[in-house]
Design a protein around this ligand. Structure first.
Ligand code: GLC
Ligand code: CA
Length: 548
């Protein structure tokens, strides 16, 4: 098994918001093709493409009705093949989203399954009888409300851990697993380079969580048969191809990651852990305006770095299509200077850790959160459902409080169109965009940053070049410095020959560095022109120094 996944720098494309290629206001595959040179110039060598399959339009493509078809809004299978070929011609690999915890209720399997209790495909999904006339138990959907929905045809309930239209597959049914493996082979035989596996730690659900006894409000992640299924998938499919795999696994501690992402290659190459995304949560989970406490954030990330070193492999991310923009969330978008400095600082802090970095479209420009005015503007089923529950049904948050929470953590922030230029609609489309463009595109856009050596974009390019030149970035161990400090995130990476010192100021006030963290060696990269004092970091400053 080759380990190119360790050398990968992944650029995530959310196709609906990346580039419109046919003037209908929605991004598409032809649009992605037009921008391959941009991704190549950044230095990334892998693209993760969010779902482009036929879907029912409820959850940004995560409600798939046919795994083997391209959704018409994104183009055709010919467009996909052309994109794959064009990417490969540039040395770029394409990793596809694999969404197999659930299908759309419009999928042929579900349409059959729901027909009657004795249907051949009944067992493809999780059906339960009512309990005392209501839902089988108290399991809750990640998108608010009960995870059970009554289906009139038979009077039974089906399980949906996400939207009503996303029915959970029953992985305990061998024919489901075979069907999924077949479909995976079909895509891999087309030449794709791997999978990002959606909520993959939910497939081995514990049977106890699914009993119709009115109780069971338990965690269904990382269930007892989880690793058995992933290992089977590895044997049947993954190990037969030269590919990269990454599992999305919220609620997973490092001890579990040692199994999922073990370097022995029996399961996946790496997982997306969520602990650092939960540090700024509140009473209602993600719906809060809290800022992360730096000591907590550092403790989480350091724990992952040291626990996996030499045994498993980390993925590194701040942003994706489900998260708020990191510059607004962990840095500052208050003014242009703070935005540029803090976006670079966050990039340096993340990219110098051990693991495969993921850059979400626009992150490399320092794109910010979107100033949404009212819930009517939201296009996100998660935010809209949470609004109904927390504001309208339970009156736990006022409309103002919830709007602030959505502005600070909602997924819409990540899904506004990519800001290519200062032209109309940021150069994303000539038509009315499916979702509003962030008004700050006039100053924050790729065209403006491309020629500017001090731009956030140029800094990302420099970081990637630095990774390619210095093997210590890939192999070195990790030591956290100044763990309790409220402003400074500093660490070293060491491979016995070279030591990298990375020092970042997560605040807009000057910060003192202790002796170990003080600047030394040769400056490889920083976000200030002048060297500055060895033992002090300026506002949002970051430094990467190398000693041999
Ligand atoms: C994952 C996806 C998210 C989607 C959910 C349900 O978390 O990243 O966008 O809504 O799974 O498929
Ligand atoms: Ca289009």
């Amino acid at each position: 098994m080759s380990d190119w996944f360790k050398q990968a720098v992944v650029y995530q494309v959310y196709p609906k918001s990346f580039q419109d290629g046919n003037g209908d206001g929605m991004g598409d595959l032809r649009g992605v093709m037009q921008r391959l040179d941009y991704i190549k110039a950044l230095g990334a060598n892998v693209i993760w493409l969010n779902p482009v399959y036929e879907n029912s339009g409820v959850d940004g493509g995560y409600d798939i009705s046919d795994y083997r078809k391209i959704a018409p809004e994104f183009g055709t299978m010919e467009d996909f093949e052309a994109l794959l070929e064009a990417a490969h011609a540039r040395g770029l690999r394409i990793v596809m989203d694999l969404v197999v915890n659930h299908t759309s209720t419009e999928h042929a399997w579900f349409r059959e399954s729901r027909r009657d209790k004795t249907n051949d495909k009944r067992s493809f999904y999780v059906w339960r009888a009512p309990f005392e006339g209501g839902a089988p138990n108290r399991l809750r959907s990640v998108f608010s409300g009960s995870a059970w929905r009554k289906d009139e045809a038979t009077g039974e309930y089906y399980l949906h851990m996400f939207a009503n239209e996303q029915a959970d597959l029953n992985w305990h049914e061998p024919r489901v697993r075979e069907g999924v493996y077949d479909m995976m082979r079909w895509w891999l035989d087309k030449g794709i380079d791997g999978f990002r596996m959606d909520v993959i730690n939910m497939i081995g659900k514990p049977e106890e969580a699914l009993i119709a006894d009115g109780r069971a409000e338990m965690d269904i992640c990382n269930g007892p048969r989880e690793h058995e299924y992933i290992r089977e998938m590895n044997r049947e499919v993954l190990s037969r191809y030269d590919i990269m795999t990454v599992g999305e696994t919220a609620g997973t501690p490092p001890e579990e990651a040692l199994r999922y992402a073990s370097l022995d290659g029996g399961e996946l190459n790496m997982i997306f852990q969520f602990e650092h995304m939960e540090v700024d949560g509140g009473r209602f989970g993600k719906w809060s305006t809290n800022r992360a406490s730096l000591p907590k954030l550092k403790a989480v990330l350091a724990r992952w770095q040291t626990a996996l070193h030499g045994k498993a492999w980390n993925s590194l991310y701040w942003d994706n299509h489900d998260q708020a923009r990191c510059v607004s969330r962990f840095g500052s978008d208050r003014d242009e200077a703070s935005r540029v400095r803090s976006a670079k600082m966050l990039a340096a802090c993340l990219h110098m850790m051990q693991g495969t970095p993921y850059i979400y479209q626009g992150e490399e420009l320092g794109m910010t959160n979107y100033p949404m005015r009212s819930i009517e503007e939201s296009r996100d089923v998660e935010a809209i459902n949470a609004w109904h529950e927390l504001v309208e049904e339970m009156h736990l948050l006022t409309p103002q409080e919830m709007m602030e929470a959505i502005r600070s953590k909602g997924r819409d922030n990540a899904r506004t169109p990519m800001q290519w230029s200062a032209e109309a609609n940021a150069g994303f489309t000539a038509a009315q965009p499916w979702m509003p463009v962030n008004p700050n595109y006039v100053t924050i856009n790729a065209a403006q940053q491309e020629g500017d050596p001090d731009s956030v974009l140029s800094f990302y390019k420099a970081l990637i070049r630095l990774r390619r030149k210095n093997p210590v970035v890939i192999d070195g161990d990790f030591t956290l410095l100044m763990p309790e400090d409220e402003q400074v995130f500093a660490y070293t990476r060491c491979d016995g020959k070279h030591t990298l010192l990375v020092a970042c100021n997560f605040s807009d006030a000057p910060a003192k560095l202790d002796v170990q963290a003080a600047s030394r060696g040769k400056r490889l990269l920083g976000n200030y022109q002048s060297a500055g004092e060895a033992d002090t970091l300026r506002a949002w400053e970051c430094r990467i120094d190398l000693t041999e």
